[in-house]
Design a protein around this ligand. Structure first.
Ligand code: BJW
Ligand code: ZN
Length: 264
């Protein structure tokens, strides 16, 4: 395994191991990407487990579980309203845009995200596989009916379901809850069929998402991690690109596009 620091911008100057990485990308038709909170860090959205992340100040059991919500719905609702206001005022960064461009470059491309912020959609990515739901929508905890957004959703008070009177919650996946089945099936399929699999901006500590790069590796994919630091899976991947995804991904994409253009 090779740890690549200071990823080079000009592909003509790349060192041998970097050229191996680039060669596998240029020659691959089936590429998948898994993203986590780190891809949105450069858009001003806090990650979870970094020293300045959300879990440094808030208790995940209280804020990201059904038990936590039922114990203190107002606290949890207000926390999500605060995060929605941050997300609504944020824009995709060059990392999101580079991933959106990848769907044009590779014959079969899958984007799997753990993020709930919809910034991949805003950047133009299509068919985004959302493993942990989204923070935009809400539904009733009792009858599961979607709660249509209206002015009520902006209130600090937890909305009440218009059909059954149940509490309304954000449409995200909390700890102890199953991930949506169609999305998991698509994600497992993409991971086991990929020639190259990227794990970008995730600590790879939350399951089952963290299994995906390992499934890809076991199925023969070249696994490339992009992160500002090493993670739980760094020892299991083929290449670790250490740095900001908003800087590494556009550079990598530029190199691939130049080589592909020269081949035509
Ligand atoms: C950058 C960067 C830059 C920063 N550029 N990089 C024991 C063993 C195994 C599993 C379990 C276990 N005990 C319990 C479980 C299951 C549990 C789990 O995995 N727990 C672990 C913590 C141990 N999983 C679940 O409960 C899941 N469901 C499930 O398994 O169902 C089956 C089941 C049911 C019942 C019982 C048991 C099993 C559900 C998980 C749901 C996760 N939900 C959250 C909240 C979503 C809603 C919300 O947003 O509020 O999802 S938690 C939070 O973590 C969020 C994220 O999607 C998820 C992953 O975090 P992510 O994206 O990796 O962020 P960080 O902060 O961890 O990492 C950011 C990274 O970016 C860092 O590495 C930085 O270095 C990097 N970075 N700047 C590049 N510029
Ligand atoms: Zn209801």
């Amino acid at each position: 395994m090779l740890f690549v620091n200071n990823f080079l911008i000009l592909y003509k100057n790349v060192m041998k191991f970097e050229s191996e990485l680039i060669e596998s990308l240029v020659n691959s038709k089936r590429v998948s990407v898994l993203t986590g909170a780190g891809i949105s860090a450069e858009s001003g959205i806090q990650t979870f487990r970094d020293p300045d992340g959300l879990w440094a100040k808030f208790n995940p059991a209280e804020l990201a579980s059904m038990d936590g919500f039922m114990s203190n719905p107002k606290l949890v609702w207000e926390w999500y309203q605060y995060r929605r206001s941050v997300i609504n005022n944020s824009k995709p960064n060059p990392g999101h845009y580079a991933i959106a461009e990848m769907q044009e470059i590779f014959d079969e491309f899958s984007l799997i995200t753990q993020n709930v912020d919809r910034l991949h959609h805003k950047a133009g990515s299509q068919n985004v596989i959302e493993l942990h739901g989204n923070i935009i929508e809400n539904f009733c905890v009792e009858c599961k009916a979607p709660f249509e957004s209206s002015d009520d959703v902006n209130d600090d008070e937890v909305p009440i379901c218009k059909s059954c009177g149940g509490l309304v919650r954000p449409a995200v996946v909390w700890f102890g809850e199953s991930l949506p089945e169609p999305q998991m099936t698509q994600a497992y399929k993409a991971a086991s069929n990929s020639e190259v699999f990227f794990s970008i901006g995730t600590s790879a500590e939350v399951y089952p998402a963290a299994q995906l790069p390992l499934i890809a590796s076991d199925s023969g994919a070249v696994v490339i991690e992009v992160n500002t630091k090493h993670t739980a899976i760094s020892g299991r991947v083929d290449f670790c690109l250490i740095g900001k995804s908003g800087e590494i991904l556009p550079n990598l994409l530029k190199i691939i596009k130049n080589i592909k253009a020269e081949k035509i």
